[in-house]
Design a protein around this ligand. Structure first.
Ligand code: CP
Ligand code: NVA
Length: 325
């Protein structure tokens, strides 16, 4: 995989994704044992962020340092990109200096443009369309807590058209997951990404279900996954999303509907599970909700593996860098 960019899981075979996950498990084991793995000593990577981030930024930074790689953070107001310099010229300049480039931002075409012109590996740290490094962490966490990925019954509840739903569709199809999207019809995935996932699933034996029927989606689930009801850049759509998604909140009743006492709860984070955030407080004042996509009870319950999942961002991103640099 040396020299390859990581823009979406569509570009990788199941065995390549398997290698990324196995590498992540091994690097996690080494880190826990205090074994150094400075596999790319002396290299340098640029971390570009148009949107804010806690996990992705910190995961790339810590992972890079563990690999002996020096990371340079470039926030949206730090460089000329967009305002004074094109994606193409920025990619060519950064590619002359850095050994790899991470990009988080709005348009997926930006990360594609960087990859086209940089001549070094480019990693997608989230766009409006895909968030592929998150899927590796989710799958690693499912392997740790459910014990298997192939055939695991995974339900994504929420905005079935967002970057997480898109990426889980592709990743699940590749890895043979029994994947269900539970969402109101207005937020069902449509078009190319769903068709691509179905075509991949036909080859791998994965199952893909899209439904607004709770019972059908939740039956026997091994894991329930949710995400914010309005993604970064869509904060003006909360009113509409609350109206559509309130019946799709992950709460105790939903966990019970799975009839699996060991069902796991996943969330890419950040999450509105209480009112301890500015937006959470505003939503409370405006709509009277003390949480949105998941109740505080479920978030803090024994079912919840969200902080293992957050930690696994670092191990999986390290694996991607280790394999592609
Ligand atoms: N899950 C995730 O990408 O988190 P950040 O937005 O904090 O990077
Ligand atoms: N769908 C969310 C994911 C955050 C990690 C967003 O794009 O804001």
């Amino acid at each position: 995989m040396r020299g390859r960019s990581f823009l979406t899981l569509k570009d990788f075979t199941p065995s390549e994704i398997r290698l990324m996950l196995d590498t992540a498990h091994e690097l996690k084991r080494q880190k826990k044992n205090g074994q150094a793995h400075r596999l790319h000593e002396g290299k340098q990577v640029a971390l570009l962020f148009e949107k804010t981030s806690t996990r992705t930024r910190c995961a790339f930074t810590v992972a890079a340092n563990d690999l002996g790689v020096a990371p340079e953070f470039l926030g949206k107001d730090d460089i000329q990109l967009g305002k004074k310099e094109s994606v193409e010229d920025t990619a060519k300049v950064l590619g002359r200096m850095f050994d790899g480039i991470e990009f988080r931002g709005f348009k997926h075409s930006t990360v594609e443009g960087l990859a086209e012109f940089a001549n070094v590996p480019v990693w997608n740290g989230l766009t409006d369309t895909f968030h592929p490094t998150q899927i590796l962490a989710d799958f690693m966490t499912i392997e740790e807590h459910v014990g298997k990925l192939k055939g695991a019954k995974l339900v994504f509840v929420g905005d079935g058209r967002n970057n997480m739903a898109n990426s889980l569709l592709i990743g699940s199809a590749k890895m043979g997951v029994d994947f269900r999207i539970l969402a109101p019809r207005e937020l069902h995935p449509v078009g190319e990404i769903l068709e691509t996932a179905r075509a991949i699933a036909a080859e791998t034996g994965a199952k893909i279900m899209v439904t607004d029927n709770h019972g059908e989606a939740l039956a026997g689930a091994d894991a329930i996954y949710t995400d914010v009801w309005a993604s970064m850049g869509e904060e003006d759509q909360f009113a509409e999303r609350i109206a559509l998604l309130k019946p799709y909140q992950v709460n105790r009743a939903m966990l019970e509907q799975t009839r699996n006492l060991n069902v796991k709860f996943l969330h890419c984070l950040p999450s509105f599970h209480d009112t301890n955030t500015t937006i959470g407080q505003q939503i409370h004042d405006q709509y009277g909700l003390d949480c949105m996509e998941v109740t505080d009870e479920v978030f803090r319950s024994k079912h919840s593996v969200v902080f293992d999942e957050a930690e696994n961002r670092m191990h999986t991103i390290k694996a991607v860098m280790a394999l592609t640099l």
